[in-house]
Design a protein around this ligand. Structure first.
Ligand code: DC
Length: 222
């Protein structure tokens, strides 16, 4: 778990790859809901309208050569959900209890089947409170905005740093202050500030914690 730009998706993907387990990007699911609402020209601040739309929505998560594909009503929206305007809209629709419960149910269903790394904002507190390992990644707003800028530019979008930073802070506020399953560090999650760390350093820190926890504390007596 962690806010936008904390490095969680890069790290979660790499961890899942190293441990040969599934990676689930839960943000993609909220983004898919937002995309559909915007396409249908629904007022996303109207909870009832959004609920009606999401109730009828078919959302599937598939894997093609190990890459997650998000399918909405039969269409692959994996690229479309990355457009900059979807981020804030995803945060807005994710406030609604109906949307969250439907998404959380799907996430639990996927996680119940196999070992996996879930990347999100409420996994440790709400979706999987008994998860074996919980990490909460964070970083300064400047660093996070810089990372998001690079990510969006690599996809061909032109973005303004100051505007992006302002949006990230606003999105954090919205995600942290919603009534149901807000963005929050679980009490038993390990906090990692990635501001001054490389991807490799974060990965090593997480793997070290995992190894410490799974190591038998004392040799068993025979
Ligand atoms: O991680 P992301 O930027 O793709 O997430 C987009 C939005 O989706 C985020 O601002 C809030 C919402 N979200 C959520 O509420 N809970 C999650 N587990 C993941 C994302």
């Amino acid at each position: 778990d962690g806010p936008a730009g904390s490095g969680k998706s890069t790290i979660a993907k790499a961890l899942a790859n190293d441990y040969k387990i599934l990676y689930l990007d839960t943000g993609a699911m909220y983004r898919a809901c937002a995309l559909k609402a915007l396409e249908k020209k629904i007022d996303i601040t109207n909870e009832t309208e959004v609920e009606e739309l999401i109730r009828a929505l078919s959302l599937e998560v598939k894997y093609e050569n190990g890459t997650q594909k998000t399918i909405v009503d039969g269409a692959d929206v994996s690229d479309a959900i990355r457009a900059p305007e979807i981020s804030m809209a995803a945060s807005t629709v994710s406030r609604y209890p109906f949307v969250r419960l439907k998404m959380a149910e799907k996430q639990r269903e996927i996680a119940s089947d196999m070992s996996c790394v879930l990347d999100g904002r409420d996994i440790g507190t709400f979706v999987l409170p008994t998860a074996d390992f919980k990490f909460f990644l964070t970083a300064s707003p400047e660093v996070r905005a810089e990372r998001r800028k690079r990510e969006l530019e690599s996809k061909g979008y032109t973005v303004d740093f100051e505007q992006l930073k302002e949006e990230i802070v606003r999105r954090d506020q919205q995600d942290m202050n919603r009534a149901i399953a807000p963005l929050k560090q679980a009490e038993d999650a390990i906090l990692i500030d990635t501001s001054a760390m490389t991807i490799e350093e974060v990965l090593q820190a997480i793997k070290k914690k995992i190894q410490e926890k799974i190591r038998c504390p004392k040799p068993m007596k025979r």
